[in-house]
Design a protein around this ligand. Structure first.
Ligand SMILES: *Cc1c(COP(=O)(O)O)cnc(C)c1O
Length: 469
């Protein structure tokens, strides 16, 4: 064994102790870590001939890199839809690394990691009050989950014409209907060879809504003259957290032949709260659902899962199977994750979620969701009270979409947000909503409190003065 590696092995306990202490220091100081940084690195470091060993590498990391890392798991990182990491999720994540399983078959010799993943999906279905008619698995993010689900939808579409697109390529034009898809679904259409231009945009409900206008959906269906199609619907759009009407879509599903996909990356967690579960009423009728865990479940990146109805498992295997041999017998019997999703080798990605669900239970996640929604409302009220801002859309759940008050301030929105973000106390993302430039704050982090809102409002007032708005 290489002498540096050997030395590291002998020092394992010191190395991991230092690492643990560093993690504690970062997490305990998270509120003071800036949300942005102006400094940067020159990424041209030469690789050393002789290794430094872990402790010296840790020292260099501390000196050069750690001070530049932002508090993205912190309570005031409201850009994108960024969750944090709860203690239990960190335990699971660390142990997934330490145990380093390759999560594949449920009957593998010497490992039950795939069964741990099954168990975790079973726990998630209970949390979300979904039936066991779905088969689920973990992927890196909602983008890959949308890709996986839409990949199986593509195979289903071919089957309606007696064709196997996975084997022979796409030979029919695929009809896709959607109203306000997340960009990652469109990216998935590109990756799947369907084409990112090849979808029909449905009308949204009149007024300040991003949800599908069901009458327009039905009109588009009728224009297809009985041809099959794929519907991409939303449980939580990123700008305004709007939801499609899943009960109405369920009724259409009884009349027409289509694959129904729901992107519920963060909005799916509405299901854990009595207050908000009406948003997802009827979603169990979908053929596939995408959900992120590194957002509202507050586990570290990279964690998401897909749910695909068990009745479609053979289509799923046709889409992703890793061998040319035709599948024999019951596909569930010799189940192996590498035959149902994009990756072959894969970590025990379920473990941080497993730990989180056991540690905090239904109530813990209900509290996180309801607190996020309360923080969004509180922030919205503060914005209105301040007088310099206006909401672009009502606050339905956890996202606040707003702008500087008055059309004359439209050209100042981007300078305002840049200056505010540069101050490092809060991070929010720019957006465009109904042709107006705006700012989006998304609340999903378990640590956010009213104190954070006060800090941010003070920073915003100061920025208004700085820019003489
Ligand atoms: C975040 C998000 C995605 C993409 O998720 P990643 O985890 O970044 O891949 C897809 N859809 C919706 C609705 C999202 O909010």
């Amino acid at each position: 064994m290489n002498s540096i590696l050997k030395n590291d092995l002998n020092n394992l306990s010191t190395i991991l102790d230092r690492t643990k202490q560093q993690g504690i220091d970062f997490l305990n100081n998270l509120e003071n870590v800036p949300t942005s940084t102006k400094n940067s690195i020159d990424p041209t470091r030469e690789l050393n001939e002789l290794g430094l060993g872990s402790l010296a590498a840790l020292e260099e990391f501390n000196e050069r890199l750690a001070p530049l890392l932002v508090s993205s798991p912190g309570p005031r990182y409201w850009g994108f839809v960024t969750g944090g990491s709860t203690p239990a999720s960190i335990v699971g994540d660390w142990l997934a690394t330490v145990y380093d399983q390759n999560t594949q078959a449920i009957k593998a010799q010497g490992g039950v990691s795939a069964l741990i993943e099954f168990e975790t999906i079973h726990l998630l279905l209970q949390l979300l009050q979904l039936p066991d008619t779905f088969l689920g698995g973990f992927v890196t993010g909602a983008t890959m989950s949308n890709f996986t689900c839409l990949g199986v939808a593509r195979q289903w579409f071919g089957k309606q014409f007696g064709k196997d697109f996975a084997k022979n390529g796409i030979s029919e034009s695929i009809n896709i209907l959607t109203a306000t898809p997340h960009s990652s679904s469109i990216k998935s259409l590109a990756m799947l060879g369907i084409g990112s231009n090849n979808y029909t945009t449905l009308k949204t409900i009149e007024g300040n809504r991003e949800a599908i206008d069901i009458a327009d959906l039905e009109k588009n269906i009728q224009n297809l003259n009985g041809k099959p199609f794929i519907l991409i619907s939303s449980a939580g759009t990123v700008n305004t957290a709007d939801f499609d009407d899943f009960e109405a879509i369920s009724r259409l599903k009884e009349k027409y032949n289509f694959w129904w996909h729901i992107d519920a990356a963060f909005g799916g967690f509405a299901a854990v709260s009595e207050k908000f579960k009406h948003f997802v009423e009827g979603w169990e009728g979908a053929d596939s659902i995408t959900i992120d865990c590194h957002k509202w479940l507050n586990v570290p990146y990279e964690s998401a899962f897909y749910l695909i109805k068990k009745e479609h498992t053979s289509l799923q295997i046709e889409t992703f199977q890793n061998s040319n041999a035709p599948y024999l017998g019951n596909p569930l019997e010799n189940f192996n994750y590498l035959n149902v999703l994009p990756e072959n080798s894969r970590r025990l990605r379920a473990l941080p979620v497993w730990f989180s669900l056991l540690a905090y239970g239904k109530e813990g996640f209900c509290d996180i969701v309801e607190n996020s929604a309360a923080m969004a409302l509180h922030f919205g009220n503060e914005l209105i009270e301040d007088g310099n801002f206006e909401l672009l859309a009502p606050i339905r759940l956890n996202n606040v979409c707003f702008t500087l008050k008055g059309n004359h301030n439209q050209e100042k929105v981007s300078a305002f947000l840049t200056l505010l973000n540069d101050k490092g106390k809060v991070f929010m993302t720019p957006t465009v909503y109904q042709n107006r430039k705006g700012i989006r704050a998304s609340f999903v982090n378990w640590r956010t409190t009213e104190k954070d809102i006060r800090i941010v409002m003070d920073e915003m007032k100061e920025t208004i003065l700085d820019l003489e708005i």
